[in-house]
Structure formats: structure tokens, C-alpha cells
Write a protein that binds this ligand. Structure first.
Ligand code: ASP
Ligand code: MG
Length: 435
């Protein structure tokens, strides 16, 4: 039924485009006003627009949940009051009459405030998702109301009615079948009437209507999921940079712009920790060969980067730093090889504590792995691993990954650094260095 719906839609030869706007692109009235000229060349296309929370609102909401969960109700409410105020002032700056918007924003505020008045009885991650999801609901509502007021006709959809996940709070796993059906039932009818649908990235809901989130920076992934389901022509992620660079220009001033990259290259970069695009974004696009553009909202005329199934021309070295790493060194206590049962136990422990190693290295009677250092996780893992191994833990490390490296480049980046582990393939070198 739902498949048929989608194909009828495509028989009319309408292929849609998906746009994603991140927090920086909507963090002031001025930037929200700037959306109109960005969208105007696309009149006549069908657009699904996925938007994140404004600026640093997600971080601010994390503080609200933190205070609430610690039992500091008053602090939580006060912090939330600031977030409310920030959104309400934006209405004024955008000349949106109170009567129109406030009612709809109030519903969202009230939902969170009710929750903050309770005492926490469930786990932290559950509350995190119930509170943090309001950032995207608020930003999308404001943008949608503003654009309608400016004559850019659009429909607003609460993505929690569409995007179904399991109940892994803070790391929701998408149920593609239900999400497909609900896309056909809820999004397509609106797209039949309006050129533009605006919805939230990063959030979803369980079959019991509890809000969930997909992991920090997950809006890119939402855009890719809908592009796949709607068989979109392409996806554009609008950022405050010219496009994808070969390194973070803040770390590496000689960084250069890359105009075309393969899915393969980008998924590797993102996996090693490059902040360009959320790592889960590539698969849904690669599977249907949907190109991904990364463009600059500050200067939409610039061509941007395109990521697609085409192979890469010769790329310069691509550099990714991952800071704040921890290195675990596990050694067997009785000179037995590190294999079999203790290694199974290691995998179980990492899975349970949700640690994903960023690099591993095996030797006969020892094993090393590196991971993002989160103090609670590091100590929980060390304690659990003590049962099987001698455990050594070192923090304050960086993991440097260079793809397409050459010798001179490598020695320049490691000059004056203490390298404690190095792994090389012809394509990629990874180094763990003391900070
Ligand atoms: N607002 C969320 C975050 O800051 C999701 C996103 O930006 O993609 O992590
Ligand atoms: Mg963000």
C-alpha cells in the first residue's frame, strides 16, 4: 500500500530534493530571514526541509536535563526559562504576531515544564530525549511560521509522528518499515498540496509515543533516511563553510576545499572522527545512488562539494584529529594468549558499556584499544576488564588519522609529538599521540 503511494507520486514525475539546515544556519533572526533567498531558486521543486535546533540550544537543553536528574528542579526550570526566552524574543525579531506563534510554542514549553516538575524515576537517557527533542520542535515551528508569513508556503510536520525508532534512548534505531508507511501516510499528502514540508532532524518516537533521539548531530542522518524513503533526487546540507575540506581549518590552517568526493572517502573520514557529516548519513544515500551536496548558506552561489558514487580523483592528504582519547592496554596474567574466552568477554563488556574502539592492536599476550574518553565509561570498563586481564589506562591522547599520506607530510604532523602507537595501510596511517 505505502509503496504504491510513493510510486504513484513518482509517476507524476516529481522527484523531490531534501535540504538540511543545521543549528548555525538558523541561530539568529537575520539567518532565518536569509532562508528565503536561499529557497527562492527552488520554486517549483518539491522540498523536504530537515532542520536542527538553533545554535547551541541542544547543549543548553542537556544542562536542563542534567540539573533535573540531579534533583535540582529549580535550577532546571531556571535554565529552561532562558531557552524559552531566547525563542520568544526571536518571534519579536521576526515580527511574528504573538497570537499566531505563542500558542503553538507554549504547548511545547508546557510539556517540558510538566516533566521538570516531576521527580526522576526512569533512567537518565529517557529524560534526556523527552527534554532535548524540544529544541528541534521549537526551531522548526518558528522557521515554518516565519516562511509562511513571508509567502513561502510550507507545511510543518512533527517528525515524531513519522520517524519510528526502538527505545534505545539517545541512540534510537530506526524502524524502516513503519517509517516508510508513515512517510507515505503523513508526509506525501502534505507534499501533494505544498511545495515545501518542514520537519525536525535528530528526533523520533517509539511505538509508545515516547520521544527519542538519534545521537548528537543526527539531523544529517534524518535527511538521508527521508531521501532514501522518498527516492529523492539529491540532498543538500547547508553549512557555514564552503564545503568539505581535507582537514579542520581550525586545527590546520592550510586546509583545502574538496569539490568532489566519493561516498567511500566520506564514510571513512566521518568514521575516523571528521566533523563533516554524521557517519550514518552515507549508507541510505549510497544505497540509492543519491548525490549529497554540501553548500554554504552564507554564499549560496558557491558551488559547494558533491559526494557521490563517482570514484575519487587524486585527493590531497585528508587529516582527522580525534582528541580526548583513552588507550587501554590489556595483558594476560599467566602468559596465555589473548584469544578465546577473555576476548569474547572484552567484546561483551564494550557492547554493554557502549564503547566503540577507534583503533585496536593485538599482540601475543596483550591487546590495546583506543576509544573516546568518557570518565564514567572508562572506569566502568577498566573495573569490568580487571576480572580477565591486567589493565593499564592512559588518557590525554589524540588519535591522528591521515588518508592518502606521504612521508614528508607525516613527519611534519608528528614533529615534536610523542607517538605511542602507529598503524599503517598503504592508504591510511593512524597514530596515537600524547597531548
Ligand atoms: N541539534 C542536535 C545536535 O546539536 C542535532 C543536530 O544538530 O544534528 O546534536
Ligand atoms: Mg547541531
Amino acid at each position: 500500500m505505502h509503496r504504491q503511494n510513493i510510486s504513484i507520486y513518482f509517476e507524476q514525475n516529481i522527484r523531490m530534493k531534501v535540504f538540511k539546515f543545521g543549528g548555525a544556519s538558523i541561530n539568529s533572526a537575520e539567518r532565518i530571514k536569509n532562508l528565503k533567498p536561499i529557497l527562492s531558486p527552488f520554486r517549483g521543486d518539491r522540498l523536504l526541509i530537515v532542520i536542527s535546533a538553533m545554535g547551541k540550544v541542544t547543549n543548553a537543553l542537556e544542562e536542563v536535563v542534567g540539573a533535573f536528574f540531579k534533583g535540582d528542579k529549580d535550577i532546571a526550570l531556571e535554565l529552561f526559562q532562558h531557552i524559552k526566552q531566547q525563542h520568544l524574543s526571536l518571534l519579536t525579531e521576526l515580527n511574528i504576531p504573538e497570537a499566531v506563534a505563542e500558542v503553538r510554542l507554549r504547548d511545547i514549553f508546557t510539556e517540558v515544564e510538566w516533566l521538570l516538575h516531576d521527580k526522576p524515576v526512569r533512567d537518565f537517557n529517557y529524560y534526556y530525549d523527552q527534554v532535548v527533542c524540544c529544541g528541534e520542535l521549537l526551531s522548526t515551528l518558528i522557521v515554518s511560521i516565519f516562511l509562511n508569513q513571508e509567502g513561502v508556503d510550507n507545511g510543518w510536520i512533527d517528525v515524531r509522528d513519522v520517524l519510528r525508532t526502538d527505545d534505545t534512548f539517545r541512540d534510537g534505531v530506526i524502524d524502516w518499515n513503519v517509517t516508510r508507511q508513515q512517510t507515505a501516510q503523513i508526509i506525501l499528502p502534505v507534499l501533494n498540496e505544498k511545495e515545501i514540508v518542514i520537519t525536525q532532524g535528530f528526533i523520533g518516537s517509539t511505538d509508545e509515543n515516547e520521544s527519542t533521539t538519534l545521537g548528537r548531530e543526527g539531523s544529517d542522518y534524518t535527511a538521508a533516511v527521508f531521501a532514501n524513503i522518498l527516492q529523492a533526487r539529491d540532498v543538500t546540507i547547508w553549512k557555514d563553510v564552503e564545503g568539505v575540506m581535507n582537514a579542520d581549518p581550525k586545527e590546520f590552517p592550510e586546509a583545502v576545499f574538496l569539490s568532489a568526493l566519493s561516498y567511500r572517502e566520506v564514510i571513512e573520514m566521518a568514521y575516523y572522527g571528521a566533523q563533516v557529516i554524521h557517519p550514518k548519513t552515507i549508507k541510505p544515500l549510497q544505497n540509492l545512488d543519491i548525490p549529497l551536496y554540501v553548500k554554504c548558506f552564507l554564499d549560496p552561489q558557491l558551488p559547494g562539494s558533491v559526494i557521490s558514487g563517482k570514484g575519487d580523483e587524486k585527493l590531497p592528504p585528508v587529516v582527522v584529529y580525534k582528541r580526548n582519547q583513552v588507550l587501554f592496554t590489556l595483558s594476560s596474567r599467566d602468559f596465555s594468549f589473548v584469544e578465546g574466552e577473555p576476548v569474547n568477554a572484552l567484546h561483551e563488556i564494550l557492547k554493554k558499556i557502549k564503547i566503540k574502539p577507534t583503533l585496536t592492536q593485538n599482540a601475543a599476550i596483550s591487546l590495546m584499544f583506543c576509544a573516546d574518553h568518557r570518565p564514567e565509561k572508562t572506569s566502568a570498563a577498566a573495573a569490568a576488564l580487571e576480572e580477565f586481564f591486567d589493565v593499564m589506562v592512559e588518557t590525554n591522547l589524540s588519535l591522528l588519522t591521515i588518508r592518502h599520506y606521504d612521508g614528508t607530510f607525516l613527519s611534519r604532523l608528528t614533529k615534536d609529538k610523542q607517538v605511542i602507537l602507529e598503524q599503517k595501510t598503504p592508504e591510511t596511517v593512524q597514530l596515537i599521540m600524547r597531548d
